[in-house]
Design a protein around this ligand. Structure first.
Ligand SMILES: [Zn+2]
Ligand SMILES: [Zn+2]
Length: 431
């Protein structure tokens, strides 16, 4: 049977929502606008106190609207808006606030997630590949969460010593629901925006219903990113130290198995500063537009890019983004690179302090106002400036979206695309 997913949408001391259609809660019929507020670790609604509330729709047409949902958390475009959802609305108490959770069938959830992620021009092969990996990823996260909660494991994503900070960002911080609605997990806005592509997306979801990737009996943790840069990175270089055989390094080309050892500094530099053939080596706007909904036309080259900072700019940026006073930045020194040439550790040498940081997302976060495209870059100093030349966009693990879009255009079917990126995995229908 199709599982349901608990999506954490928002948390606040007070939440206002509109039940547009008939719902049942606490064995009563309800509809219209309501406000709940937090009181003494419980929920106050209509003058009564509850531990939790569940609003279940009574018709196909019943939807609910949540007011003041914060989107783009910590991004420059952060703002509030109202959002509309199908399925159940569940309200619980956590961390001194009320959390609004949307309980929804996985296939409806995927339709929403993929139609906001992909554009209407995406090929059927690309959409079907995406349906399978979004479904697999989600089910793998739900399994992993269960496991962590059952075993009461102390999950840490952080090590810090006097001269080293190594951290990674994953989604184990959710215990009251399976995934949140922000980019941290997968961006989900319910049915707020009916995208132009919703019908083609629905078709791709239906045609792959219940289909997931499995490896050694387990659902694959199917990571994906925008552009690998020519070589796909390995899981343990971006997150916790576990080797997933189906998330191993590979060349993003057909029939090419000899991969340079990009963990070696000289080879990585040569690789990043050249433009080797790869599926994702494209500047074709028609293809980029498939993967990038709301595509910003100015950037066309994600395969190879360059960012230049003056020493002053870089020093101010690193101070602002890390909160650590390094003084004037004198050197950026690669310490450790992964299979795709992405930096896992980078030493920052300042006039006041020297420290090593990692892993890839932390490096990208500290070296840019938002996020540097990737951590696969070389550093050159020239005339008092730092020139960063880089490859790819995102962590580079698993499916490369731009590469997959190119494969789709070349006529590869969705299963061949998937088995190119997730080596040794197999497709299985769960329901
Ligand atoms: Zn999340
Ligand atoms: Zn690629």
């Amino acid at each position: 049977m199709e599982p349901k997913v608990n999506v954490g949408i928002l948390w606040n001391k007070e939440i206002t929502f509109l039940l547009d259609g008939e719902y049942v809660c606490d064995e009563r019929k309800v509809s219209g606008e309501h406000t709940v507020s937090y009181k003494d670790n419980q929920i106050l609604w209509n003058g009564q106190i509850y531990n939790e509330l569940l609003f279940t729709p009574q018709t196909e047409q019943s939807t609910f609207i949540l007011r003041d949902v914060v989107i783009g958390i910590n991004f420059h475009w952060e703002r509030k808006e109202e959002q509309r959802f199908q399925g159940d609305l569940k309200l619980i108490v956590a961390n001194g606030m009320i959390t609004a959770i949307n309980l929804i069938g996985i296939e409806d959830y995927l339709t929403s997630v993929i139609s906001s992620e992909m554009s209407a021009t995406a090929s059927a092969a690309l959409l079907k590949s995406h349906a399978v990996i979004s479904r697999s990823w989600l089910l793998a996260q739900i399994e992993k969460n269960k496991h962590i909660i059952e075993k009461k494991e102390n999950y840490t994503a952080f090590t810090e010593t006097e001269d080293e900070i190594i951290r990674w960002y994953d989604r184990e911080d959710h215990t009251d629901f399976d995934v949140c609605a922000d980019d941290h997990c997968q961006r989900y806005q319910g049915i707020t925006r009916v995208s132009a592509n919703v019908n083609v997306v629905r078709k791709a979801i239906e045609e792959t219903r219940g289909l997931v990737l499995k490896y050694a009996g387990e659902i694959c943790d199917t990571r994906f990113s925008k552009c690998c840069g020519g070589v796909v990175e390995e899981f343990q270089n971006c997150w916790e130290d576990i080797k997933h055989p189906y998330l191993s390094k590979l060349r993003d080309t057909e029939n090419e198995n000899d991969i340079l050892d990009l963990t070696k500094e000289d080879k990585a530099a040569r690789w990043i500063e050249s433009r080797p053939a790869a599926f994702c080596n494209t500047q074709d706007k028609k293809i980029l537009r498939q993967v990038l909904n709301n595509y910003d036309q100015e950037t066309t080259d994600f395969y190879r890019w360059q960012v230049v900072y003056t020493q002053e700019e870089l020093s101010a940026l690193i101070y602002k983004r890390s909160g650590i006073d390094f003084g004037t930045i004198e050197e950026l020194i690669p310490v450790e690179r992964g299979a795709s040439g992405r930096l896992i550790k980078l030493k920052i040498v300042g006039s006041k302090k020297t420290m090593t940081i990692g892993k890839e997302l932390e490096i990208r976060r500290i070296l840019s106002e938002s996020h540097l495209y990737s951590s696969a870059f070389t550093i050159k100093k020239h005339d008092g400036s730092f020139i960063l030349r880089g490859a790819g966009w995102g962590h580079g693990v698993g499916l490369c979206q731009i590469g997959a879009a190119v494969m789709g255009e070349k006529g590869y079917t969705f299963d061949r695309i998937l088995l190119h990126y997730y080596r040794g995995a197999s497709l299985e229908k769960l329901y």
